[in-house]
Design a protein around this ligand. Structure first.
Ligand code: UFG
Length: 335
């Protein structure tokens, strides 16, 4: 039995391949390296002693998807990560985002139907909650009100998956709404390598830590939060990756239908909490300046992870110090 992982060399995809393979699953992988590098496949092999059955290409390529299912008849579950994820970029290029993040999933689902593989773990995002009415956010909280095409693309796919599960009772879908994954594999062999200047907080701090950027811009200190800076639910990438093993096992036992889980720790940290934790974990200084708010940002977003714990049997185990240490370790090795 094998698992087909799309976007297998990306940040979350690569860490998940390691956890799936270490849990005994074989992995068939697809990526077009639009935001990752082929060397990631070597790192996965080093960490697991096994090779991903890898295909290079785009998920919009229907013939390629058909070939992958035909050549790997043991695929029983698909874990779909392949997507663009830069919020700012999505505002500038909505059509490209909807094609890449929505049309590609439609192509995948249609090939899955044709090949009679009807189990899917889908990577969604806490961004589908928009600006939440209250925190912590449960899976029953209102979704919608997304503020950018990236977020809307995730919302659209969730709705498509709901309709699909209503129409075809054999489909089993597990939707994961990720909060803010950060950090890197403890080995330093895998991590997040954004192209250009990072848009997200921790990759940006990592570049300040290694001296590639000279200070962090803190986007706003006048939010209604304890220290005025934005609060998020940061989760170690390895904890997040491990949840996919629980998701796959849950689908193996499921009868059909759609299940949704928040993946977070349940604790919110502010931007300044992260700066101070990074400094303490690594014995360094992170210079920062307070700047105006970033358009589209919300004050607070953190998960209620009870459902994932009670139903999936998964809970995050690594703490903020682990996240900051592993982020720095990876950034330093890559510098
Ligand atoms: N921030 C800064 N300076 C920076 C970058 C970020 O102060 O240079 C602040 C932001 O204002 C925010 C916090 O750090 O308060 C976290 O920002 P990120 O960009 O790291 O993360 P977001 O919460 O904005 O967005 C992330 C992902 C999205 C996803 C969303 C889900 O980037 O893909 O979480 O809630 F949709």
């Amino acid at each position: 039995m094998s698992i087909f992982v799309t976007g297998c060399t990306g940040y979350i995809g690569s860490h998940t391949c390691v956890e799936l393979m270490n849990a005994g699953y074989d992995v068939v992988g697809l990526d077009n390296f639009s935001n990752s590098k082929p060397e990631v496949l070597d790192a996965i092999k080093e960490l697991t002693g096994k090779k991903v059955r890898f295909y290079e290409g785009n998920m919009l390529d229907r013939e390629l998807l058909e070939k992958i299912f035909d050549e790997n008849r043991d695929i029983s579950i698909v874990v779909d990560f392949a997507a663009f994820k830069a919020v700012g970029d999505s505002v500038a290029k909505p059509v490209e985002y909807y094609i890449n993040n929505v049309s590609s999933v439609l192509t995948l689902l249609s090939v899955m139907k044709e090949k009679n593989v009807k189990s899917l773990v889908f990577s969604s995002s806490a961004t589908v909650y928009g600006d939440p009415d209250t925190v912590p956010i449960t899976e029953e909280s209102r979704i919608g009100g997304t503020t950018n095409p990236y977020g809307t693309s995730k919302l659209f796919v969730e709705m498509i998956l709901q309709d699909l599960c209503k129409a075809d009772k054999d489909f089993k879908v597990c939707v994961f709404r990720y909060f803010n994954p950060i950090g890197a594999h403890q080995s330093g062999l895998l991590g997040e390598e954004p192209n250009g200047i990072p848009a997200n907080l921790v990759p940006y701090i990592a570049k300040v830590a290694t001296g590639e950027l000279d200070h962090l811009n803190v986007f706003g200190n006048d939010y209604d939060t304890p220290d005025g800076t934005g609060v998020r639910d940061y989760i170690h990438i390895v904890d997040l990756a491990k949840a996919h093993v629980n998701g796959v096992k849950k689908l193996e036992k499921s009868e059909g239908g759609l299940q949704v889980y928040n993946l977070g720790t349940g604790t919110g940290y502010s931007v300044l909490d992260i700066v101070h934790a990074y400094e303490k974990a690594n014995g360094i200084k992170i210079p920062y300046q307070i700047c105006p708010r970033r358009p589209g940002d919300i004050a607070e977003c953190y998960a209620d992870p009870t459902k994932a714990r009670e139903v999936l049997g998964w809970t995050a185990t690594l703490n903020l110090e682990d996240m900051c240490r592993d982020s720095y370790n990876f950034a330093f090795k890559k510098k």
